[in-house]
Design a protein around this ligand. Structure first.
Ligand SMILES: Cc1ncc(COP(=O)(O)O)c(C=O)c1O
Length: 404
């Protein structure tokens, strides 16, 4: 008889965004005349920029000719893209990362879920609380989480690192030492960042304890402040303890196009084995490479015109972020994030729970956001709005919230 992977039965509830979608669907069916504004999910709304579009078109044309047609892409990514990434995202920031330490993929969500596969099942992971749910759920599926602890939203074998307003939503290094530490800055959901000095403490801690940091920098393009690092490899000795995840989704609007990459330095060794080698093996066995057409579009992101256009996209969303931040502050809300990140993290008013505020916002202002509790116990009492909406919709949403 076929057996299922019983770890899946440990997953708690349905995925956050499907619960939201169900609630919004029910509200829309009951109130078809109301115009809903969605500032919930982290999807972009601006179209791809002209330079990206023209690179996509010419790559499509190449596929129509026998001489320029491409079949399977190299498993680890085309050299032209890996070199562009190494030069622009790393060398230009003083990080010594080579093209062959970059593994091109179809996005950071898959990589953040898949990367745990190269680690033993008995590793203890640490996550921020609140956290991007994929890190936890993918470890539950792998059998690394232990049992769900009834009524807490937590698992017995996971170390939770509280991110509260008292610590600026940046966790302390835990006293119980984890084997794998997930960090994400600029943070989803809180919009918090940490300085290079603070990140260096994590790198030193990981090196001292032989832990590995999985550093999700999907939102690095939103960093404005000089003292906030774009890459963990800006810190000394990060190459012996850190893996970095990146995405083209939030900077270049590739959420539907799909492109990302993972960096594993060759110096990163655990249990006497190179993690670079393990990931290369995993990638070449289970992955057949991101499409050529999309990798050409990724290359175009690093052209001079591409860089300018991407600045424009990020600027558009950050205008929204500033508008939300100011509008909510003016309305008396306690708000965080939104400066180096496209996420605004607000304290729910009148001691409402996150889901109570979700319902209140949906029913009163017809605005959809994301309940903080969906990201972990310490998200309770908070709520996430995103800056990825249309500017006019964002203005309208804030005006409705101000009238609530
Ligand atoms: C922290 C974080 N990492 C990764 C992703 C997913 O990125 P991608 O679109 O490249 O899969 C998201 C998307 O919301 C995210 O918030």
């Amino acid at each position: 008889m076929t057996k299922i992977n019983k770890n899946y039965l440990e997953l708690q509830g349905s995925y956050l965004f499907s619960t939201i979608a169900k609630k919004v669907k029910a509200f829309t069916e009951a109130n078809p005349e109301k115009k809903i504004i969605r500032l919930g999910i982290g999807d972009v709304t601006r179209p791809l920029t002209p330079t990206i579009i023209s690179s996509l078109h010419s790559a499509v044309d190449e596929m129509a000719n026998k001489e320029t047609f491409r079949g399977y892409a190299p498993d680890l990514g085309y050299e032209f893209l890996r070199s562009a990434i190494a030069a622009n995202d790393y060398k230009m920031r003083g990080c010594d990362i080579e093209a062959d330490e970059i593994f091109v993929s179809d996005g950071a969500k898959c990589d953040s879920g898949n990367i745990q596969e190269i680690f033993g099942e008995d590793n203890v992971i640490a996550v921020c609380d609140p956290v991007y749910p994929v890190y936890v759920d993918s470890n539950v599926m792998a059998g690394r989480s232990g049992k769900a602890i009834e009524g807490t939203g937590k698992y017995s074998n996971i170390i939770y690192m509280p991110c509260t307003k008292e610590n600026g939503f940046a966790p302390e290094c835990p006293t119980e030492v984890p084997d794998i530490i997930y960090l994400c800055f600029p943070n989803n959901p809180t919009g918090a960042t940490i300085t290079k000095t603070e990140l260096q403490k994590w790198v030193d801690y990981a090196n001292e304890h032989d832990s590995v940091i999985i550093y999700d920098a999907a939102y690095e393009a939103y960093i404005k402040d000089e003292d906030v690092p774009h890459s963990i490899y800006e810190c000394d000795n990060a190459k012996t303890c850190a893996i970095e995840l990146r995405s083209f989704s939030k900077n270049a609007g590739f959420t539907g196009v799909r492109l990302g990459f993972t960096v594993i330095p060759k110096e990163l060794v655990r249990d006497g084995v190179s993690l670079h080698t393990l990931w290369a093996r995993r990638h070449s066995t289970k992955y057949n490479g991101a499409p050529y057409i999309i990798q050409r579009a990724g290359e175009a992101v690093y052209s001079d015109a591409g860089k300018e256009e991407i600045k424009g996209l990020v600027g558009y969303y950050m205008t929204n972020a500033s508008y939300i931040l100011k509008g909510l502050k003016d309305a008396g809300y306690e708000v965080y994030g939104g400066v180096n990140a496209p996420y605004i993290w607000l304290k729910t008013p009148n001691n409402m729970t996150s889901w109570e505020f979700f319902d209140h916002l949906l029913e009163t202002a017809n605005v959809v956001g994301t309940p903080g509790a969906g990201f972990g116990p310490n998200g309770e009492g908070y709520f996430r709005l995103t800056a990825f909406g249309d500017y006019n919709d964002t203005v309208e949403a804030i005006s409705r919230i101000q009238k609530m």
